[in-house]
Design a binder for this molecule. Structure first.
Ligand code: FES
Length: 166
């Protein structure tokens, strides 16, 4: 039973030319959408490094949304094709980590599709609410506890790993 009070945190990476402009249009047009999304503007969806996604999840996001220009409309020619390949790879990776792949979503939204931003954000918020919190930062602590590592040991081993790579 989904917790209706749960407010999922969504990190959205939007391309400047299409989806960010559409989100802006949604605002100007006063389309109401869930306030659960925090938008990061990038010049192209192809700029979304897989590390950005993993980082968002590891820092507490319950879902990540990537928005870019429709195929054929990318202002950098093939940026969104790269995004599509990375997205497919990331979904497999998430599945392998035991994370529901619906937590990562990719949508092509043109600058004129303000209402689509509203629909997608609302849909994703409801879907994440049904899935419940991901709570990855808490899960890391749990894994450390299960592995018998204290916080100090975990910090010590991280520092040693960093020193080894310096
Ligand atoms: S410029 Fe929008 S996806 Fe590349």
């Amino acid at each position: 039973m989904p917790d209706a009070a749960f407010q999922p945190r969504i990190v959205a990476f939007f391309c400047n030319w299409c989806t960010y402009t559409a989100a802006d249009l949604a605002g100007v047009s006063r389309f109401k959408y869930a306030p659960n999304v925090r938008v990061v503007r990038l010049m192209c969806s192809g700029r979304v490094d897989p590390q950005f996604i993993l980082s968002a999840f590891s820092q507490g996001a319950d879902g990540v949304l990537i928005g870019g220009c429709h195929i054929g409309d990318c202002h950098y020619s093939e940026g969104n094709l790269k995004t599509l390949r990375r997205f497919q790879m990331l979904r497999r990776l998430l599945r392998g980590l035991g994370i529901d792949e619906r937590r990562l979503r990719l949508e092509w939204i043109s600058a004129a599709e303000g209402d689509k931003v509203r629909v997608i954000v609302n849909e994703m918020t409801e879907q994440l609410r049904a899935l419940g919190p991901l709570g990855l930062p808490g899960r890391f602590e749990e894994w450390d506890r299960e592995a018998g590592r204290t916080e100090a040991e975990a910090a010590g081993s991280e520092a040693r790993e960093e020193a080894a790579h310096a």
